[in-house]
Ligand binder design. Structure first.
Ligand SMILES: NC(=O)c1ccc[n+]([C@@H]2O[C@H](COP(=O)([O-])OP(=O)(O)OC[C@H]3O[C@@H](n4cnc5c(N)ncnc54)[C@H](OP(=O)(O)O)[C@@H]3O)[C@@H](O)[C@H]2O)c1
Length: 257
């Protein structure tokens, strides 16, 4: 049971962790009212699995959302806004992300900028664009006191590789300059949003899914996508105000910045 109700938006939900998060939310015994599943190309072959899932669950609404495009984010907000029950968005999961090999020799301006646009700029613009709906959810939720994902929350999917303190342990196996730098920036974005949105009662935190067998994680990753998503949803559903502005992993353990 996910314990996540209300209206949810998951970005990058046509494959990998995003798709599994949408699947587990939809299949939970008390599923969210509406699950907005963002993906770049809802009608293309890469969204086939998501379309099949949406056919089985009426509460899944597929939305065209390219998180690297300000215009697409604005269009998605215009499409989602009128569909939101009571105009409230209770949970935003900024999951869409990109990685490239990224050793120093392979990294130039284009690599740095492209990864930053998706991993940092996108989540910032999405949080800004959807803020009115998150604020409405926080102010209308009279039955939930304090902060929680049932009330109003933003989850930024980060990574252990973002940790500056852990860099000496993780660097050799995964140099990844653009990815590491972008996710460290995403962590700062998380802290800024957490401070900013505190007054509204909106929880903001960063979550590391573990090293997971997806297209990004690769076949050698130790963790199955189903187990990571299950853990992530368990952590998300148990968050309270003490967790705003933190970086946790899929088992709820704290990761140093
Ligand atoms: N897998 C791991 O071991 C691991 C570890 C730590 C953190 N993470 C984080 O977990 C998140 C999900 O990763 P994953 O393993 O599921 O990766 P994945 O299998 O590569 O899937 C990435 C998803 O993000 C979407 N996406 C990428 N750029 C996008 C854009 N501009 N607009 C909309 N969607 C976009 C992709 O859509 P398309 O099909 O259109 O490309 C896809 O749905 C990422 O933020 C990643 O950094 C993963």
């Amino acid at each position: 049971m996910s314990g996540i109700c209300g209206n949810v938006l998951v970005t990058g939900s046509n494959r990998g962790l995003g798709l599994e998060l949408v699947r587990q939310l939809a299949e939970s015994p008390s599923p969210p009212l509406q699950i907005f599943a963002g993906c770049r190309d809802p009608n293309g072959p890469r969204a086939q699995d998501l379309r099949e899932l949406a056919q089985k669950h009426q509460n899944i609404i597929i939305i065209k959302l390219d998180t690297s495009s300000e215009a697409s984010i604005s269009e998605a907000s215009k499409a989602i806004g009128p569909k939101l029950k009571d105009g409230c968005l209770n949970l935003l999961i900024n999951n869409a992300g990109v990685n490239i090999p990224g050793a120093l020799a392979d990294t130039g301006e284009k690599e740095m900028v492209d990864v930053f646009v998706t991993n940092v700029v996108g989540p910032m613009l999405i949080a800004k664009e959807f803020l009115p709906y998150l604020q409405k959810a926080a102010s209308q939720s009279v039955q939930h006191t304090g902060m929680s994902c049932r009330k109003s929350a933003v989850i930024n999917v980060s990574t252990l590789l973002s940790s500056i303190e852990k860099c000496h342990e993780t660097f050799t196996m995964a140099p990844m300059y653009p990815y590491r730098a972008s996710k460290a920036a995403l962590n700062m974005l998380t802290r800024c949003l957490a401070e900013d949105f505190k007054k509204d009662g909106i929880l903001v935190m960063a979550l590391h899914p573990g090293w997971v067998k997806t297209d990004m994680g690769g076949p050698q990753a130790p963790l199955l996508v189903v187990d990571s998503a299950k853990g992530m949803l368990k952590v998300i559903s148990s968050l309270t105000e003490k967790d705003t502005g933190t970086l946790l992993d899929w088992e709820g353990k704290s990761i140093p910045w």
